[in-house]
Design a protein around this ligand. Structure first.
Ligand code: CP
Ligand code: NVA
Length: 317
């Protein structure tokens, strides 16, 4: 005889106040916590959400390459009962962007866009009457940060009081992580080479938020200082998409910022290694660290699916 499982009550889907998700702060801190809660439920009970986007079509616009973001958005939409349609290439070069936006919003319920300029995704949001989601721009990678916060929460349970070290370029991924850590009470340290600082505005904004939530934001040029006592060490490529022509000079500038076993050993014994992927082994991280049992990079990649489902539900369901 098999025991009958009690029916599981799903959390209420809280509708996001902001019409779009073009940057991290379009979610309030409460909405962010709600999203993480929903993402955990979606991951556990995917069948409870399988028709929540029934009848909705979503356009995916990609100016840059992608494996994880594109596949997880396509799958998320499909697994929620919706339909996605993809267009690769520059947005707004064949006709004005405002026309692209006002064509798309007649056909689809939402737009997901990966762009070079943040202005491109902001302008799409300005002109389209349907929600626009930032799937990475040169300035932010907010969907990545959602999955990363979900991964930390799964791994450590509570987030408040953790120390998070980002070692590498002060780039889009660093910006989104900095803001999200500050909002969730996680001490955030970035260690980057001189001249590759994160945006001073993002540091100032995150520092202000951290003061309210009771944590800290620190910028240093010393990777060991960042790694010491950290619960998570995160890195990303030294040359992001669009900066490939700087790869050689960046390899020199970042040579002392590789996450290797010595640096990882300075973190807490139970610390995790994190990377948004794709990774360049032998540059920002050694093969030994990314392949170590404490590397959670594939949990992060998996959670892109669940966190984005939660986001789409909160924007569109
Ligand atoms: N992490 C991430 O966004 O990967 P893709 O560039 O493959 O989408
Ligand atoms: N910073 C990297 C992230 C890739 C997911 C880039 O923008 O290329």
């Amino acid at each position: 005889m098999t025991a009958e499982l009690p029916p599981q009550a799903s959390p209420n889907i809280q509708r996001i106040g902001h019409p779009d998700f073009t940057q991290d702060l379009d979610l309030t801190a409460d909405e962010l916590r709600s999203l993480l809660h929903l993402a955990a439920d979606v991951k556990r009970f995917p069948q409870n959400y399988s028709s929540k986007l029934f009848g909705k079509s979503i356009a995916l616009l990609f100016e840059k390459p992608s494996l994880r973001t594109r596949m997880t958005f396509e799958l998320a939409i499909q697994q929620l009962g919706g339909f996605s349609i993809l267009n690769d290439g520059p947005i707004g070069s064949r006709e004005p962007l405002k026309d692209v936006a006002r064509n798309l919003d007649r056909w689809v319920s939402g737009i997901v866009a990966r762009t070079y300029l943040q202005k491109t995704v902001d302008d799409l949001a300005r002109w389209a009457k349907v929600p626009v989601v930032n799937a990475l721009s040169d300035t932010w990678h907010p969907c990545q940060a959602l999955a990363d916060m979900q991964t930390l929460q799964e791994h450590f349970g509570a987030l408040r009081g953790l120390k998070f070290a980002f070692v590498g370029d002060g780039n889009n991924v660093a910006h989104s992580l900095m803001l999200n850590c500050a909002r969730l009470g996680i001490d955030f340290v970035i260690a980057n080479p001189p001249k590759y600082d994160a945006s001073p505005e993002v540091i100032a904004r995150s520092t202000l938020i951290a003061a309210q939530t009771g944590c800290t934001v620190t910028a240093t040029h010393d990777p060991a200082e960042a790694a010491r006592g950290a619960h998570a060490i995160y890195t990303d490529v030294w040359a992001s998409m669009g900066a490939e022509n700087e790869a050689a000079e960046r390899r020199t500038a970042f040579a002392d910022y590789q996450v290797d076993e010595d640096l990882f050993a300075q973190a807490e014994p139970n610390a995790v290694f994190m990377h948004c992927l794709p990774a360049k082994r032998g540059e920002e991280v050694t093969d030994a660290v990314i392949e170590s049992p404490r590397s959670v990079v594939f949990d992060q990649a998996e959670n892109r699916l669940h966190a984005q489902k939660a986001l789409l539900l909160m924007l569109l369901a």
